[in-house]
Ligand binder design. Sequence first.
Ligand code: GMT
Length: 377
Amino acid sequence: MIRPLKIGITCYPSLGGSGVVATELGKLLAEKGHEIHFITNSIPFRLGKFHRNIFYHEVEVSDYYVFRYPPYDLSLASKMNQVARLQGLDVLHVHYAVPHAICAFLAKEMSGDKLKVVTTLHGTDITVLAQDESLKDIIRLGIRKSDAVTAVSQDLIRETRELLEIREPIDLTYNFVDKRIYYPRECSDLRREFVRPNEKLLMHISNFRPVKRTSDVVDIFAKVNAEIPSKLLLVGEGPDLPKIQTKIMQMGLANKVHFLGKQDDVAHVISIADLMLLPSEKESFGLVALEAMACGVPTIGSIAGGIPELVQHGVTGFLAPIGDTDQMASYALQLLKDPELFAKFRKACISRATQQFCNDLITAQYEQIYYRVLGIP
Ligand code: GMT
């Protein structure tokens, strides 16, 4: 390491992939000897046990009676500034542009130019929110005022340029998995709780938002189940879940689908699956497909966003146009019916995840970006 840095990290501590990536990155950087300061509204849920050089600074929001809306963004910017000054931060690394990039810009205005800001774009902060006229200009400003901007796929870079007319460089930093956590676990006992020896197990993990097209997950499963004995495991919670539960009942699949709700130990849960289903409408990267890949589970997904950069069609999974559940089901059947092909895919998954998307590689890329913005050769 060139020199240990003091890094502030802001993310959504309890939500989705961006929070997971930010927290895991913080832990890995701390392991390498950097000092990490999480500046968030609650403790990041993946933080886990005590770490000697990780600190947590809670953002407290004023609820003074004149406010119709408590000013979280301003409180966050002030907290970033306080932590930057008191702790002597070198870098503020914010994950998810809204509102974090603009808060970091304000913090930098308050604390001085020495503080460098790195913004990581994760997906819907661009693909959904940058289309909203009430936010577009301020997202653009946050990005332009960052000292470095990273995005989790080429496709997200392309979309950021297109939607926001950004000309400045954007670094590509793919999501990663910690290979000490994500590897094929021995989980035959757990698997037996859901499937008989002759049955296949399909899985979907998400926040059940409309962009995930969870209704397609059920359709794909129904088509697979019509041909081979199988079960579907649904992991996570979100607004579309009740609709999906009704659909499953109406289709007479209730005894073939298990709902696990939110799960922390994702590596264990994924390891019992044969296939991961990810038929999203939008997906800047698809962290869950990478987690599955690292556990040796191929993904059947859609040609959307950054998914094709992660899942190699015909090698580590199969991809079809968004909404083409016939094609996705036929790919799933092709894999599940051919043990030799399945074993080949499984091997390719593990080697691709550990070689192209491993923690060491991507953490080093982020470190290089920090040193670059700080002018440290
Ligand atoms: O997928 C979600 O809805 C959650 C969202 C988030 O902001 O946490 O995930 C986004 O960031 C992840 C981490 O970089 C990516 O792996 C997901 O693909 C991306 N989601 C979308 O683009 C819809």
